[in-house]
Ligand binder design. Sequence first.
Ligand code: SAM
Length: 377
Amino acid sequence: MSDAEALKVLETEIRAAIQAAGGVLSFRRFMDLALYAPGLGYYERRSTRIGRAGDFMTSVSTGPLFGELLAAQIAEWSRARCLQDSTVSLVESGAHTGRLAADILEALCRDAPDVFERVIYTLMEPSAIRRDWQRETLESWNGCTRWITGWSELQTGVRGVILTNELLDAFPVTRYIWEASRERWLEAGVQCIDEGFGWARLESATTDRVAELLGHPLPLELLAVLPEGFALDLAAGAAEWWSEAARALTSGRLITFDYGLEASEFLTPKYASGTLRGYLKHRTARDELASPGAADLTAHVNFTTLRQAGVEAGLETEFMGSQRVFLTEVFARRPAMAMGSEAEKASRLRQFHALTHPEHLGRAFRVLVQHRVTPGQ
Ligand SMILES: C[S@@+](CC[C@H](N)C(=O)[O-])C[C@H]1O[C@@H](n2cnc3c(N)ncnc32)[C@H](O)[C@@H]1O
């Protein structure tokens, strides 16, 4: 099926879902279909999505340095007492084509062979299509890679590192809108209009429920000054995912790189229209509902609820800060990064700049690292 045909079929499926829902479909379900409808959604079709030729850049698509720095950090963690003599289990979710896994394995094999020989790299991937792409990319790493579709397939707890890069910002969000005149929250939905789709109001949600999902109180004094139409885009699935990951971790680290906010920041005027964005060819789409399946849809991650979910599962927070600070510290501990030919050094510098400069990925992207403290660590 061509890309255009797939988009047509997807549109028909979304229209049918709206009809089946009685005329208004929750935005969360709309986003889920637009991104993940099997064989049809944005992340289910082969076209180039990520990188210069696609719709947006990620740290992985800037080049192999991101994976090299992560590998250096993983090697350091793997030589600590709690993992010193055991198999090191690396579990990645949201791997897309598997590029980051390949970069990490290559760097470990070259720079940290003592760790590489103990590594099993597991890609947790629910989509059959994306598993095929990943197997292709990782063909030469057959001996140390494996795949699972979800947490229930893990045979033992993870002793090592569970990692994600821009996984959680791709989780479908529920949009809540503040109706100031009636002092209530309404869930936003999607309806069919003429040739396309439009926003509609679904049902009301209690302030307690919205505050719980936001991970921040919404007292009356605050609600009194929230403007009409203030929007919160909240992905309940992200904290649930983090909680499962934290429970799966027996020993080691859980780490994510993502753009996102603390819960209180979602309530600032800057984000009054929510954080949901559509991306197409490196531009923000003006209407997020305009091209389901053709444009990426993404929203800021709520780091407060992630951290809280980890702590509730018994983890301790080790680092929460900008990607710039995190990667600069790793880079500074690796003198080998400044070696090589002039061309290699120049290329690494270019990538490091893209990863850490505040105007590129350095400020907007944040890093959360939590670990499970094991006795005698
Ligand atoms: C923004 S892309 C990031 C891809 C890659 N990590 C990178 O940095 O280039 C998000 C990826 O997460 C995947 N994804 C979304 N939900 C997922 C889930 N529940 N399990 C595994 N992958 C998921 C999407 O299919 C997509 O491949």
